[in-house]
Design a protein around this ligand. Structure first.
Ligand code: AMP
Length: 287
């Protein structure tokens, strides 16, 4: 059964109101579409943990900077609906796919600006990104009145940013982070992987490979010197057609470097690398 598709905020509002009146638990999975098994793993988790699941599909213009891939970002709604249809056995999936005008009507002037955890890493390389993400996610929380929302560890910093504003602004929603889904060869699934040529796709494996190597250095070889681990990661990532935005070995809560030259567990390793023209991110938390 095809999931119910809602395009207008007012229609979503009525639906959500009736669900809450029936005391049903609402789960939210925010996405930008071009769905893959990573997104579907979040949907499955939501179906397990709530009565109704709202999957939002919206390529959010405010989280792209000029010159980024907003225009060419893949939009594959028919395919997305077909994938969701397979999960809709109990007919409790709603797809919310608003237009940009619906989300950002004329005279829209309010944004959520998170400091602290939003500032390093992605915040440094994409300074307006998290403002767009936090704004659209708070709007989705308000529109859906979700009890619980599901996000992927793939965007680890994003989850920390969302947790931060949920705490700061007393938003009544539970945030659940779900593990990174990978292709069999280790590549983290991403809607942007479809930009990669066959050759770049092969080279892109260096991200997951470098994280695996770092984990082995830390856990199996007992190496705790941050500079040594970072140097090894950089060597694996380096290629004439790659450019590294960052390799960060940081505290998983603050996303800042740990004190001193050593690594203490738990530690998060986050990467952003341009492979040809495609910017890829990946990460691993080592406990
Ligand atoms: P996006 O459509 O890229 O904005 O992603 C929507 C949600 O899916 C975010 O919470 C992502 O972290 C999550 N997601 C994307 N890729 C993966 C993946 N490979 N594994 C798990 N979750 C993912």
């Amino acid at each position: 059964m095809k999931p119910q598709v809602v395009r207008e905020c007012s229609a979503l509002h009525s639906l959500v109101k009736s669900l809450h009146l029936q005391n049903l638990r609402v789960g939210l999975v925010p996405t930008m579409g071009a769905l893959h098994a990573g997104h579907i793993s979040l949907v499955k988790e939501s179906l397990k943990n709530s009565d109704w699941t709202i999957v939002s599909i919206f390529v959010n213009p405010t989280q792209f900077a000029p010159g980024e891939d907003f225009e060419k970002y893949p939009r594959t709604l028919e395919n997305d609906l077909a994938l969701l249809e397979k999960e809709n056995g109990n007919q409790n999936i709603i797809v919310f796919t608003p237009s940009a005008d619906e989300m950002y009507p004329k005279n829209f002037f309010t944004y959520v600006d998170v400091a602290g955890v939003a500032k390093p890493l992605e915040g440094q390389f994409r300074p307006t990104h998290f403002r767009g993400v936090a704004t659209v996610v708070l709007k989705l929380f308000n529109m859906t009145q979700a009890d619980i929302a599901f996000f992927g560890q793939k965007d680890f910093q994003q989850v920390q940013v969302i947790r931060q504003f949920v705490r700061d602004l007393n938003v009544p929603v539970t945030i659940q982070m779900c593990p990174i889904k990978r292709e069999e060869d280790g590549l983290a699934m991403s809607s942007r992987n479809r930009y990669l040529s066959a050759d770049a796709r092969q080279r892109a494996l260096c991200l997951s490979r470098s994280l695996k190597r770092a984990k082995a250095m830390i856990l199996e070889e007992g190496i705790r010197d941050r500079a040594t681990v970072e140097a090894e990661i950089r060597e694996i990532l380096t290629h004439p057609k790659h450019s590294i935005d960052y390799v960060a070995i940081v505290d998983p809560e603050t996303l800042l470097p740990q004190e001193g030259a050593g690594i203490q567990l738990p530690v998060a390793i986050l990467l952003a690398v341009r492979v040809d023209d495609t910017r890829l991110i990946d990460n691993m938390v080592i406990e």
